[in-house]
Design a protein around this ligand. Structure first.
Ligand SMILES: CC(C)(COP(=O)(O)OP(=O)(O)OC[C@H]1O[C@@H](n2cnc3c(N)ncnc32)[C@H](O)[C@@H]1OP(=O)(O)O)[C@@H](O)C(=O)NCCC(=O)NCCS
Length: 319
Protein backbone atom coordinates (compact mmCIF):
# COMPACT_ATOMS: atom_id res chain seq x y z
CA UNK A 1 0.00 0.00 0.00
CA UNK A 2 1.64 3.22 -1.20
CA UNK A 3 0.69 6.58 0.34
CA UNK A 4 1.83 10.18 0.01
CA UNK A 5 1.94 12.52 2.99
CA UNK A 6 3.64 15.76 4.04
CA UNK A 7 7.29 15.37 4.99
CA UNK A 8 8.00 15.66 8.71
CA UNK A 9 11.21 16.59 10.53
CA UNK A 10 11.67 13.02 11.67
CA UNK A 11 11.80 11.85 8.02
CA UNK A 12 15.14 13.63 7.51
CA UNK A 13 17.37 10.56 7.78
CA UNK A 14 15.14 8.38 5.61
CA UNK A 15 14.93 11.13 2.98
CA UNK A 16 18.68 11.61 2.76
CA UNK A 17 19.14 7.87 2.44
CA UNK A 18 16.66 7.63 -0.45
CA UNK A 19 18.34 10.68 -2.03
CA UNK A 20 21.82 9.13 -1.80
CA UNK A 21 20.77 5.70 -3.12
CA UNK A 22 18.58 6.97 -5.98
CA UNK A 23 21.23 9.39 -7.29
CA UNK A 24 24.01 6.85 -6.78
CA UNK A 25 22.06 4.29 -8.86
CA UNK A 26 21.64 6.89 -11.60
CA UNK A 27 25.35 7.79 -11.48
CA UNK A 28 26.31 4.14 -11.74
CA UNK A 29 24.40 3.91 -15.02
CA UNK A 30 26.40 6.85 -16.34
CA UNK A 31 29.82 6.37 -14.72
CA UNK A 32 29.85 2.69 -13.76
CA UNK A 33 31.96 1.62 -10.79
CA UNK A 34 33.40 5.10 -10.34
CA UNK A 35 30.07 6.44 -9.09
CA UNK A 36 30.27 7.77 -5.56
CA UNK A 37 27.56 7.86 -2.96
CA UNK A 38 26.97 11.36 -1.62
CA UNK A 39 24.97 11.89 1.55
CA UNK A 40 23.34 15.23 2.26
CA UNK A 41 23.68 16.58 5.76
CA UNK A 42 20.69 16.32 8.07
CA UNK A 43 20.70 20.13 8.30
CA UNK A 44 20.46 20.40 4.52
CA UNK A 45 17.30 18.27 4.47
CA UNK A 46 15.73 20.16 7.38
CA UNK A 47 16.56 23.55 5.86
CA UNK A 48 15.08 22.56 2.46
CA UNK A 49 11.91 21.35 4.15
CA UNK A 50 11.57 24.35 6.42
CA UNK A 51 11.45 26.78 3.50
CA UNK A 52 8.17 25.30 2.17
CA UNK A 53 6.89 22.74 4.68
CA UNK A 54 3.47 22.51 2.97
CA UNK A 55 5.12 21.65 -0.36
CA UNK A 56 7.41 18.79 0.69
CA UNK A 57 6.14 15.22 0.53
CA UNK A 58 7.25 11.65 1.13
CA UNK A 59 5.89 8.41 -0.33
CA UNK A 60 5.64 5.45 2.00
CA UNK A 61 5.10 1.77 1.52
CA UNK A 62 3.85 0.69 4.91
CA UNK A 63 6.01 2.82 7.19
CA UNK A 64 9.08 2.82 4.94
CA UNK A 65 9.90 6.02 3.05
CA UNK A 66 10.60 5.12 -0.61
CA UNK A 67 10.46 8.52 -2.28
CA UNK A 68 10.21 12.26 -1.67
CA UNK A 69 9.92 15.67 -3.28
CA UNK A 70 10.83 19.18 -2.09
CA UNK A 71 9.07 22.29 -3.44
CA UNK A 72 10.47 25.79 -3.20
CA UNK A 73 8.65 29.10 -3.61
CA UNK A 74 10.43 32.39 -4.18
CA UNK A 75 7.29 34.54 -4.35
CA UNK A 76 6.28 34.61 -8.03
CA UNK A 77 8.68 31.78 -8.91
CA UNK A 78 8.37 28.17 -7.78
CA UNK A 79 10.17 24.93 -8.57
CA UNK A 80 10.58 21.40 -7.28
CA UNK A 81 13.71 19.46 -6.37
CA UNK A 82 15.42 17.57 -5.12
CA UNK A 83 13.19 14.62 -5.93
CA UNK A 84 13.80 10.87 -5.92
CA UNK A 85 12.25 7.39 -5.76
CA UNK A 86 14.11 4.26 -4.62
CA UNK A 87 15.46 2.42 -7.70
CA UNK A 88 13.34 -0.73 -7.24
CA UNK A 89 10.14 1.40 -7.17
CA UNK A 90 10.96 3.52 -10.23
CA UNK A 91 8.84 3.29 -13.36
CA UNK A 92 5.53 2.60 -11.57
CA UNK A 93 4.09 6.13 -11.56
CA UNK A 94 5.26 7.14 -8.07
CA UNK A 95 7.35 10.03 -9.39
CA UNK A 96 4.34 11.38 -11.28
CA UNK A 97 2.24 11.30 -8.10
CA UNK A 98 4.92 13.25 -6.24
CA UNK A 99 5.11 15.82 -9.05
CA UNK A 100 1.31 16.22 -8.94
CA UNK A 101 1.44 16.89 -5.17
CA UNK A 102 4.16 19.50 -5.63
CA UNK A 103 2.39 21.19 -8.56
CA UNK A 104 -0.84 21.45 -6.56
CA UNK A 105 1.14 23.35 -3.93
CA UNK A 106 3.08 25.54 -6.39
CA UNK A 107 -0.08 26.44 -8.31
CA UNK A 108 -1.67 28.04 -5.25
CA UNK A 109 -0.40 31.29 -6.75
CA UNK A 110 -1.98 31.21 -10.22
CA UNK A 111 0.53 33.75 -11.58
CA UNK A 112 3.59 31.82 -10.47
CA UNK A 113 6.25 30.74 -12.99
CA UNK A 114 6.78 27.03 -12.26
CA UNK A 115 9.84 25.07 -13.25
CA UNK A 116 12.63 22.65 -12.46
CA UNK A 117 16.17 21.79 -13.43
CA UNK A 118 17.51 18.37 -14.28
CA UNK A 119 20.52 16.52 -15.62
CA UNK A 120 20.99 16.67 -19.42
CA UNK A 121 22.32 13.09 -19.35
CA UNK A 122 19.03 11.59 -18.22
CA UNK A 123 16.61 10.85 -21.09
CA UNK A 124 14.36 9.23 -18.46
CA UNK A 125 13.96 12.48 -16.50
CA UNK A 126 13.65 14.61 -19.62
CA UNK A 127 10.98 12.29 -21.02
CA UNK A 128 9.12 12.29 -17.71
CA UNK A 129 9.07 16.10 -17.46
CA UNK A 130 8.22 16.68 -21.13
CA UNK A 131 5.24 14.35 -20.72
CA UNK A 132 4.16 16.33 -17.66
CA UNK A 133 3.91 19.51 -19.83
CA UNK A 134 7.28 21.03 -19.00
CA UNK A 135 9.10 22.78 -21.83
CA UNK A 136 12.82 23.39 -22.16
CA UNK A 137 14.24 26.89 -21.86
CA UNK A 138 17.82 28.18 -22.01
CA UNK A 139 20.16 25.96 -19.96
CA UNK A 140 21.56 26.84 -16.57
CA UNK A 141 25.36 26.84 -16.30
CA UNK A 142 27.01 25.83 -13.04
CA UNK A 143 30.20 27.84 -12.88
CA UNK A 144 33.19 27.83 -10.59
CA UNK A 145 36.25 29.94 -9.99
CA UNK A 146 39.41 28.85 -8.20
CA UNK A 147 40.58 31.52 -5.75
CA UNK A 148 44.31 31.44 -6.46
CA UNK A 149 45.28 34.48 -4.43
CA UNK A 150 43.45 36.83 -2.11
CA UNK A 151 40.53 38.21 -4.12
CA UNK A 152 40.92 41.78 -5.32
CA UNK A 153 37.80 42.96 -3.52
CA UNK A 154 37.40 43.62 0.16
CA UNK A 155 34.41 42.58 2.14
CA UNK A 156 33.45 46.15 2.70
CA UNK A 157 29.83 45.65 1.75
CA UNK A 158 27.23 45.71 4.50
CA UNK A 159 26.61 42.26 5.91
CA UNK A 160 23.30 40.82 6.99
CA UNK A 161 24.83 39.37 10.15
CA UNK A 162 25.96 42.81 11.31
CA UNK A 163 22.77 44.74 10.57
CA UNK A 164 20.09 45.72 13.05
CA UNK A 165 16.59 44.29 12.87
CA UNK A 166 15.09 47.49 11.44
CA UNK A 167 17.71 47.69 8.69
CA UNK A 168 17.18 44.03 7.81
CA UNK A 169 13.46 44.59 7.48
CA UNK A 170 14.03 47.56 5.15
CA UNK A 171 16.62 45.62 3.11
CA UNK A 172 14.22 42.73 2.59
CA UNK A 173 11.55 45.10 1.23
CA UNK A 174 14.06 46.88 -1.03
CA UNK A 175 15.59 43.66 -2.32
CA UNK A 176 12.12 42.26 -3.03
CA UNK A 177 11.45 45.35 -5.09
CA UNK A 178 14.83 44.88 -6.87
CA UNK A 179 14.36 41.20 -7.75
CA UNK A 180 10.74 41.86 -8.71
CA UNK A 181 12.14 44.00 -11.55
CA UNK A 182 14.08 40.96 -12.81
CA UNK A 183 11.08 38.62 -12.73
CA UNK A 184 7.65 39.67 -11.45
CA UNK A 185 7.27 38.66 -7.80
CA UNK A 186 10.74 37.06 -7.50
CA UNK A 187 11.66 37.12 -3.82
CA UNK A 188 14.81 35.63 -2.25
CA UNK A 189 13.89 36.66 1.33
CA UNK A 190 13.69 33.10 2.62
CA UNK A 191 17.16 32.27 1.27
CA UNK A 192 18.58 35.26 3.16
CA UNK A 193 16.82 34.60 6.46
CA UNK A 194 17.28 30.84 6.42
CA UNK A 195 21.01 31.14 5.65
CA UNK A 196 21.41 33.41 8.67
CA UNK A 197 19.15 31.40 11.01
CA UNK A 198 21.11 28.20 10.44
CA UNK A 199 24.57 29.79 10.34
CA UNK A 200 25.17 28.50 6.80
CA UNK A 201 26.80 31.62 5.43
CA UNK A 202 26.28 35.33 4.88
CA UNK A 203 24.37 37.83 2.77
CA UNK A 204 26.27 40.84 1.41
CA UNK A 205 24.17 43.84 0.46
CA UNK A 206 25.04 46.37 -2.24
CA UNK A 207 23.60 49.80 -1.46
CA UNK A 208 23.04 52.97 -3.40
CA UNK A 209 22.87 55.66 -0.75
CA UNK A 210 20.88 53.98 1.99
CA UNK A 211 18.93 51.84 -0.49
CA UNK A 212 19.65 48.12 -0.97
CA UNK A 213 19.95 47.45 -4.72
CA UNK A 214 21.79 44.12 -4.78
CA UNK A 215 22.51 41.04 -2.74
CA UNK A 216 24.70 37.99 -2.59
CA UNK A 217 23.70 35.13 -0.33
CA UNK A 218 26.61 32.73 -0.10
CA UNK A 219 26.86 29.40 1.72
CA UNK A 220 30.11 28.76 3.53
CA UNK A 221 28.98 25.38 4.81
CA UNK A 222 28.55 22.35 2.54
CA UNK A 223 25.18 20.67 2.21
CA UNK A 224 26.97 17.30 1.82
CA UNK A 225 28.87 15.07 4.18
CA UNK A 226 32.57 14.74 3.36
CA UNK A 227 32.25 16.79 0.17
CA UNK A 228 32.61 20.45 -0.74
CA UNK A 229 34.23 21.78 2.43
CA UNK A 230 36.51 24.04 0.38
CA UNK A 231 33.69 25.47 -1.71
CA UNK A 232 31.68 28.64 -1.15
CA UNK A 233 28.41 28.40 -2.98
CA UNK A 234 26.39 31.42 -4.14
CA UNK A 235 22.73 30.59 -3.44
CA UNK A 236 21.35 33.81 -4.91
CA UNK A 237 23.04 36.92 -6.27
CA UNK A 238 20.88 39.60 -7.83
CA UNK A 239 20.93 43.27 -8.81
CA UNK A 240 18.17 45.80 -9.40
CA UNK A 241 18.12 46.24 -13.22
CA UNK A 242 18.11 50.03 -12.78
CA UNK A 243 21.45 49.81 -10.96
CA UNK A 244 23.06 47.09 -13.06
CA UNK A 245 26.42 47.77 -14.64
CA UNK A 246 29.86 46.12 -14.67
CA UNK A 247 31.00 48.03 -11.58
CA UNK A 248 28.04 47.00 -9.45
CA UNK A 249 28.17 43.35 -10.56
CA UNK A 250 31.92 43.15 -10.07
CA UNK A 251 31.78 44.77 -6.63
CA UNK A 252 29.22 42.25 -5.44
CA UNK A 253 31.12 39.32 -6.92
CA UNK A 254 34.55 40.35 -5.64
CA UNK A 255 33.18 40.96 -2.17
CA UNK A 256 31.69 37.46 -2.31
CA UNK A 257 35.06 36.01 -3.37
CA UNK A 258 36.88 37.94 -0.64
CA UNK A 259 34.45 36.63 1.95
CA UNK A 260 34.99 33.08 0.68
CA UNK A 261 38.74 33.57 0.88
CA UNK A 262 38.58 34.81 4.47
CA UNK A 263 36.69 31.62 5.31
CA UNK A 264 39.47 29.53 3.79
CA UNK A 265 37.50 28.47 0.72
CA UNK A 266 39.38 27.65 -2.47
CA UNK A 267 36.52 27.66 -4.95
CA UNK A 268 33.46 29.85 -5.47
CA UNK A 269 30.55 28.27 -7.32
CA UNK A 270 27.52 29.93 -8.79
CA UNK A 271 24.75 29.18 -11.26
CA UNK A 272 23.36 31.36 -14.00
CA UNK A 273 20.66 30.72 -16.52
CA UNK A 274 21.73 31.51 -20.09
CA UNK A 275 18.68 33.75 -20.33
CA UNK A 276 20.82 36.28 -18.44
CA UNK A 277 23.26 36.47 -21.36
CA UNK A 278 25.08 39.63 -20.24
CA UNK A 279 25.75 38.24 -16.75
CA UNK A 280 26.96 34.90 -18.13
CA UNK A 281 29.35 36.65 -20.49
CA UNK A 282 30.78 38.78 -17.63
CA UNK A 283 31.27 35.77 -15.36
CA UNK A 284 33.30 33.96 -18.03
CA UNK A 285 35.34 37.11 -18.66
CA UNK A 286 36.11 37.36 -14.93
CA UNK A 287 37.55 33.86 -14.60
CA UNK A 288 34.55 31.62 -13.98
CA UNK A 289 34.58 28.31 -15.83
CA UNK A 290 31.74 25.99 -16.76
CA UNK A 291 31.66 22.98 -14.46
CA UNK A 292 28.32 21.48 -15.36
CA UNK A 293 25.09 22.25 -17.15
CA UNK A 294 21.47 21.73 -16.14
CA UNK A 295 18.38 21.58 -18.33
CA UNK A 296 16.02 24.36 -17.22
CA UNK A 297 12.33 23.60 -17.77
CA UNK A 298 9.14 25.61 -17.30
CA UNK A 299 5.59 24.32 -16.94
CA UNK A 300 3.77 25.19 -20.16
CA UNK A 301 1.80 28.41 -19.89
CA UNK A 302 3.40 29.75 -16.72
CA UNK A 303 5.99 32.04 -18.36
CA UNK A 304 6.22 34.20 -21.46
CA UNK A 305 8.46 31.77 -23.37
CA UNK A 306 12.20 31.91 -24.01
CA UNK A 307 13.87 35.31 -24.01
CA UNK A 308 17.21 36.85 -23.03
CA UNK A 309 17.93 39.92 -20.92
CA UNK A 310 20.75 41.94 -19.37
CA UNK A 311 19.78 41.19 -15.78
CA UNK A 312 21.97 39.84 -13.01
CA UNK A 313 20.14 37.00 -11.28
CA UNK A 314 22.32 34.06 -10.26
CA UNK A 315 20.55 31.07 -8.78
CA UNK A 316 19.40 27.63 -9.76
CA UNK A 317 16.06 25.88 -9.57
CA UNK A 318 17.40 22.87 -7.71
CA UNK A 319 18.03 22.23 -4.05
C1 LIG B 1 13.20 10.81 -11.57
C2 LIG B 1 12.42 9.86 -10.64
C3 LIG B 1 12.12 10.57 -9.32
C4 LIG B 1 11.09 9.53 -11.36
O1 LIG B 1 10.33 8.66 -10.55
P1 LIG B 1 9.57 7.37 -11.17
O2 LIG B 1 8.69 6.84 -10.10
O3 LIG B 1 10.58 6.47 -11.77
O4 LIG B 1 8.71 8.07 -12.35
P2 LIG B 1 7.32 7.57 -12.94
O5 LIG B 1 7.30 6.08 -12.98
O6 LIG B 1 6.19 8.24 -12.22
O7 LIG B 1 7.31 8.21 -14.41
C5 LIG B 1 8.25 7.88 -15.38
C6 LIG B 1 7.72 8.43 -16.68
O8 LIG B 1 8.80 8.81 -17.53
C7 LIG B 1 8.55 8.31 -18.81
N1 LIG B 1 9.79 8.12 -19.52
C8 LIG B 1 10.89 7.45 -19.10
N2 LIG B 1 11.84 7.50 -20.02
C9 LIG B 1 11.35 8.21 -21.04
C10 LIG B 1 11.86 8.60 -22.30
N3 LIG B 1 13.10 8.28 -22.67
N4 LIG B 1 11.08 9.35 -23.12
C11 LIG B 1 9.84 9.69 -22.75
N5 LIG B 1 9.29 9.35 -21.57
C12 LIG B 1 10.04 8.60 -20.74
C13 LIG B 1 7.85 7.00 -18.56
O9 LIG B 1 7.22 6.55 -19.69
C14 LIG B 1 6.90 7.43 -17.45
O10 LIG B 1 5.78 8.10 -17.95
P3 LIG B 1 4.39 7.30 -18.33
O11 LIG B 1 4.04 6.55 -17.10
O12 LIG B 1 3.45 8.42 -18.64
O13 LIG B 1 4.72 6.43 -19.46
C15 LIG B 1 13.22 8.56 -10.36
O14 LIG B 1 13.45 7.90 -11.55
C16 LIG B 1 14.55 8.80 -9.64
O15 LIG B 1 14.61 8.81 -8.42
N6 LIG B 1 15.65 8.98 -10.40
C17 LIG B 1 16.99 9.19 -9.79
C18 LIG B 1 17.09 10.56 -9.14
C19 LIG B 1 16.67 11.67 -10.08
O16 LIG B 1 17.06 11.71 -11.23
N7 LIG B 1 15.85 12.64 -9.56
C20 LIG B 1 15.32 13.75 -10.32
C21 LIG B 1 16.34 14.80 -10.53
S1 LIG B 1 15.68 16.18 -11.42
Amino acid sequence: MITIRLMREEDADAVREVDAIAFWAWEREVKGEEAQLYLRTRTNILVCREKDPEGCFVVEEGDRVIGFIFSRTWGGVGWFGTFAVMPEYQGYGIGKRLIAASLKYLRQDPDRVIGLETMPGSPYNLGLYLRQSFQTRFPTFLLSKVLKQPAAGHVDLPRWSQAEAKTRERWLAELREATGQVLPGLDYSKEITSTARHGLGETLVLTNGPRAVGMSTVWLVSGWERWGEKRANVQALALHPGYTDEDAFRTLLEATEALAHIHDKRIVTTAVNARHAWALERLLKWGYRVERIAVHMVLNGTDGGPCTDNCVDLSRWAG
